[in-house]
Design a protein around this ligand. Structure first.
Ligand code: PLP
Length: 288
């Protein structure tokens, strides 16, 4: 657990991005149950999502280390990117991932049938690893937080992590006692979209994490000046974060700092391998 200070405010940071540099921190947690299975148990992993997804790259590393095939379904890849793959896509392809392109209008129908199409010996992982299989590993993250807080003599504090699918925040909420608040912010879509996602894994809304969203909706991974600014200030304060998820969570935490149950522990979920292509977008927009 690192001490971290930004704008005169103190935080703790759980450095989950450092556990294994090949994996995005929380993707390692979410893949834990599958990773610990013997290699012979499966031969193929099937998943779908964006072409720069952190989950995609983490699954590609897992499949490489296990000797499993990895079939990944994504929307049509632009020609320039296909000719010269970059970032997470390049790394995943180099690891042996087989990319299947689907036209955007057919995409969601197509991915519905994947699970039944790949039979025995295969594992289907929904977009972003939003699946009950993620609970075991996130539960271990919660145990590590509890172990630390017991040693530090802390009973009441706040754990913060940004949400894509919300799976990490939801299972942290489930595995931490009620004296500890869990807060998150939606980075994909708005609060109601996040609640719909959470509802797929938890029927009881009272067991959802607290959602902070003073900034409102912004298209996923679209450059935003304020995101770049806070990302730089975080970096100058000593920790490199990802440019897609972390900036919004930090802006919300700084805004709500006095209202939250302190101290605040931020779970760093990695994703820094995506910074190269994000920075490229900022450059293209003229922010850099
Ligand atoms: C995937 C990811 C998230 C979102 O995790 P969910 O469990 O889908 O909410 C947050 N931060 C980083 C860096 C990620 O890679």
């Amino acid at each position: 657990m690192d001490d971290f200070e930004i704008e005169g405010k103190h935080f703790y940071v759980k450095r989950d991005e450092l556990i294994d540099p090949r994996y995005s921190g929380n993707k390692l947690r979410k893949l834990y149950s599958i990773l610990k299975a013997p290699s012979g148990r499966f031969d193929t992993i099937v998943s779908y999502g964006g072409t720069q997804s952190n989950a995609m790259l983490s699954i590609a590393y897992m499949c490489k280390s296990k000797g499993w095939n990895f079939h990944y379904y994504c929307k049509t890849i632009p020609r320039w990117l296909k000719e010269k793959p970059m970032g997470n896509l390049k790394m995943a392809l180099d690891l042996g991932m087989v990319a299947h392109e689907v036209s955007p209008s057919m995409f969601y129908d197509r991915v519905q049938t994947l699970e039944s199409e790949y039979g025995n010996g295969s594992v289907f992982i929904p977009q972003g690893g939003a699946d009950p299989v993620a609970e075991e590993g996130v539960g271990i993250l919660a145990d590590e937080i509890l172990f630390w807080s017991a040693k530090a003599g802390l009973k009441s504090f706040t754990v913060a992590t940004p949400s894509g699918t919300g799976t990490t925040a939801l299972y942290l909420r489930r595995h931490l006692p009620s004296g500890i608040d869990v807060v998150t912010t939606p980075v994909v879509g708005d609060e109601s979209a996040l609640k719909t996602q959470l509802g797929k894994l938890e029927a009881d809304e009272s067991r959802f994490p607290i959602i902070l969203d003073s900034m409102g909706k912004w298209p996923f991974a679209k450059p935003k000046k304020e995101y770049l600014d806070i990302w730089r200030r975080l970096k100058d304060s000593g920790i490199l974060f990802d440019l897609v998820y972390a900036p919004k969570m930090w802006l919300e935490l700084i805004e709500a700092y006095e209202l939250l149950k302190g101290p605040i522990l931020y779970v760093h979920s990695g994703g820094v391998s995506g910074n190269e292509t994000q920075l490229e977008k900022y450059r293209y927009k003229g922010y850099l």
